[in-house]
Ligand binder design. Structure first.
Ligand code: NDP
Ligand code: GDR
Length: 378
């Protein structure tokens, strides 16, 4: 994958950047909430490439928040306008109704959310409002406007629903046991989507997606935090990386591949719920070890629990320390998904192994940081 640095320093995906002119329209309209996020950016790319007209909802922000979609921005005066941004918020029902009415979407992808698990412990009410009630508001907008037979609906559900381990690997039939305000809010969203499907015959599907990452991943999620730190430490711009629970295990895939799965779910004759995962799990510790390996540093782990440290095997410098502030009040210890239903019914399969994902993320972070150093020097 290639990537470019947007004006805010964010890496923007430009692999397969759609050239809006030549791609013939497929006559379909999609609405993407959360279009400024990691998945929103990859999904907008994919939909534009397929000839959709894409409407995206972005939040009003006092600072620039469109870095990930800068490369597909179109002047609103463009006669062949395919990418249209609307100001909006999942906490404002009137605004959602107006946007859905304006764009009359064939497909809605509901990706907007307060998506940070740890932050949800600090802002539980807001998280419930945006993630749980926000989903209800959007479904109601479709119903109020009489679009329930026209508009297909994708809900960004999550492996966090599984929470406390009940069985592994986790699949569509595994019982849910949410372990955070975020997961509890997403549990409501999951079930209200199922309910609107059953009550009103809506083509509404849940994608139960396991962690997926990329160079566009938000900087406070553990993978990107690690890959940025490895790059920064290598370039002498950071001394140490502080992490929380090194033992947590996640099933990490590549975001670009997961948004294709979202699209596939809405192309099926019948709505349904699907797990997207790789079927491989990795600890935070191993992820960090690999990221440092990719900048030429071999890490050795010494000590246990909060005393554990990651040490540069060559120089003896402490590069990774545990900081309990990053521990969560309740943790999800182990996620490993079984994507066989998606394989069989959607023909979806992940392609990028986690080791390659780490390599790509480190490479892109090194590029971004090196160009920042050059700019600063200049
Ligand atoms: P991001 O955090 O990168 O993006 C979230 C998006 O939602 C951003 O565009 C953000 O806007 C927007 N948003 C947040 N709050 C509101 C609000 N109140 N009203 C309108 N927009 C809002 O998340 P991802 O792209 O990684 O994830 C997309 C979705 O998938 C989320 O719902 C997430 O919970 C879910 N998910 C993600 C997984 C992952 O591993 N990435 C796995 C499973 C589910 P802004 O840019 O202004 O902050
Ligand atoms: P997660 O992602 O909670 O799985 O939610 P995150 O990267 O935040 O945490 C993964 C695991 O790493 C541990 N961890 C740390 N996490 C962060 N953020 N920072 C640290 O310093 C740190 N140290 C250890 C965490 O405790 C956790 O166990 C993501 C989000 O994208 C959700 O929106 C999505 O629903 C799930 O993935 C699937």
């Amino acid at each position: 994958m290639s990537a470019k640095v947007a004006s805010n320093g964010q890496v923007a995906s430009n692999d397969k950047v759609p050239s809006n002119g030549p791609v013939p329209s497929n006559g379909k309209v999609a609405l993407v909430t959360g279009v400024t996020g990691q998945d929103g950016a990859y999904l907008a790319d994919l939909l534009l490439e397929k000839g959709y007209t894409v409407h995206g909802i972005k939040r009003r922000s006092s600072s620039f928040n469109t870095g990930r979609i800068e490369h597909i921005y179109q002047d609103p005066h463009d006669p062949d306008l395919r990418f249209i941004l609307h100001y909006g918020d999942m906490t404002d029902a009137t605004n959602l109704i107006r946007i859905v009415q304006q764009c009359q979407p064939d497909e809605i992808y509901n990706l907007a959310a307060q998506s940070h698990v740890q932050v949800s412990f600090e802002t539980p009410e807001y998280t419930a409002n945006a993630d749980a009630l926000g989903t209800l508001r959007l479904l109601e907008a479709v119903r109020i406007l009489g679009l329930e037979r026209k508009t297909r609906f994708y809900q960004a559900s999550t492996s966090e629903l599984y929470g406390l381990v009940q069985e592994t690997p986790q699949r569509e039939t595994t019982p849910f046991y949410p372990r955070s305000p975020y997961a509890a809010a997403k549990l409501y969203a999951y079930w209200i989507v199922v309910n609107y499907r059953e009550a009103y015959g809506m083509h509404a599907s849940n994608g139960i997606l396991f962690n997926h990452e990329s160079p566009l991943r938000g900087e406070t999620f553990v993978t990107r935090k690690i890959t940025r730190a490895a790059a920064a430490i290598k370039l002498g711009r950071q001394q140490k990386l502080y992490l929380g629970n090194l033992d947590a295990k996640r099933d990490w895939g590549h975001a670009r591949e997961y948004v294709r799965g979202m699209w596939l779910m809405l192309q099926q004759d019948e709505p349904d719920d699907y797990v997207l995962a790789t079927g491989v799990t990795t600890s935070v510790r191993s992820f960090a070890e690999w990221a440092f390996e990719d900048v030429g540093i071999r890490i050795e782990w010494r000590g246990h629990g909060v005393e554990e440290k990651g040490i540069d095997a060559e120089t003896g410098r402490v590069l990774v320390e545990v900081d309990p502030r990053y521990f969560r009040p309740t943790e999800v210890d182990l996620l490993i998904g079984d994507p066989s239903k998606a394989h069989a019914k959607l023909g979806w399969k992940h392609e990028t192994p986690v080791r390659e994902l780490v390599r790509e993320m480190v490479r892109e972070d090194l590029k971004v940081m090196q160009s920042a150093v050059i700019t600063k020097d200049a």
